[in-house]
Design a protein around this ligand. Structure first.
Ligand SMILES: Cc1cc2nc3c(=O)[nH]c(=O)nc-3n(C[C@H](O)[C@H](O)[C@H](O)COP(=O)(O)O)c2cc1C
Length: 335
């Protein structure tokens, strides 16, 4: 079984990837086999290398988190030639895998024909994967992540086949349409149908919050491999628990220390106005699993200034002793 950490734009950035892939299991593993970056949107230009390094600083570490977990670089766009050009650059910079987004539900993105809007045009999906496949060295896999359709899952099989025909090495299926948004349930049974229609590996995604969800998802979808999104952000030990390496989640003090290190990393690299939002977002996700997180959220709900948040949550806070390894290395390289 492989377990992948899902891309989550606006939350699961390189700082959180670093923290969630630090070893926490009995065998010194984090339980996660690969991460996918938040999407990098491609419109009509070749992005400068500096932009890739900002979103994916792991490129300076052979495309791996500090703990050594490979990071797939995800692109979102609808222009095959432009996506291909950017993918070639990312590959040159060290991306171990290029992933393509066919599921983003954001209105702005869809209005420009990207993300889930592409599920209405399997021909274009195929052309995008094909162009990217041609542009990057054969040793670098091109993968794709799709929803079941835009407003109906009737197109799911055609879409999956288009990705496979275009040359995708494997696909992740988030088992909902764009119209379904993030509302439960996820329709894992559709993943089983997709598996029967394509010959490439299929990874199941959507609504896996517990070990029992993972077991049922694997049984219904027939997939060995899973991708975890919100579940892993809410319970950082979920991958280890699914593997049977731990019986319970991390104790709250351990998670709180992760939170403190995340706050330190944010403070080092993110504009002040965005910092409080990131921390609150992770706290709200953690609150699904840890009642303590809801209490801590209550303490900072109305606070915006970093010094106020540090004072309320981490009075013992010392900005230099809590920075995750990779973030401090990155800070040095930017200095
Ligand atoms: C805040 C947020 C941001 C997301 N950003 C991305 C993204 O950048 N690329 C992508 O392919 N999917 C993105 N997704 C979708 C997730 O990767 C995943 O498919 C979805 O959350 C379902 O999995 P889950 O139920 O385990 O969370 C995002 C989801 C959320 C909630």
């Amino acid at each position: 079984m492989r377990i992948l950490l899902a891309p989550m734009e606006g939350l699961l950035d390189h700082r959180l990837r670093d923290i969630l892939t630090q070893p926490g299991g009995a065998a010194g593993s984090c339980g996660i086999d690969a991460c996918v970056t938040e999407f990098i949107r491609i419109t009509s230009t070749l992005l400068p290398a500096e932009r890739f390094h900002r979103v994916v600083p792991e490129l300076r570490n052979r495309g791996r988190t500090p703990a050594g977990v490979p990071v797939r670089v995800q692109f979102l766009g609808s222009d095959p030639a432009c996506l291909a050009e950017n993918a070639a650059l990312a590959a040159m910079l060290g991306a171990p895998v290029i992933d393509l987004n066919f599921g983003c539900p954001a209105r702005l993105v869809n209005r420009h024909g990207g993300g889930a809007a592409l599920l209405r045009d399997p021909g274009l999906m195929r052309a995008i994967v094909h162009a990217v496949r041609q542009a990057v060295p054969a040793a670098i896999p091109v993968t794709a992540k799709m929803r079941l359709g835009y407003d109906t899952p009737d197109v799911a099989l055609d879409c999956a086949r288009a990705l496979a025909d275009g040359g995708a090495a494997e696909i992740v299926v988030h088992a909902r349409t764009r119209t379904d948004g993030y509302r439960p349930p996820a329709y894992w049974e559709w993943i089983a149908s997709i598996r029967e229609h394509v010959r490439i590996p299929v990874i199941a995604n959507g609504e896996i919050w517990t070990v029992d969800d993972a077991r049922r998802c694997r049984a219904v979808s027939g997939c060995d491999d899973l991708m975890l999104g919100r579940g892993a952000v809410a319970n950082p030990a979920l991958a280890l628990m699914i593997r049977g390496d731990r019986d319970t989640g991390f104790a709250w003090p351990e998670v709180r220390e992760m939170l403190r290190r995340y706050w330190a990393a944010i403070g080092l690299q993110m504009p002040e106005r965005h910092r409080h939002g990131r921390l609150k977002q992770w706290l709200l996700h953690l609150a699904r699993h840890y009642p303590e997180a809801r209490d801590e959220f209550g303490l900072i709900r109305r606070l915006v200034r970093p010094e106020d948040i540090s004072g309320a949550l981490f009075p013992e806070f010392n900005a230099t002793d809590a920075i995750p390894v990779f973030s401090s290395r990155l800070a040095m390289s930017l200095a």
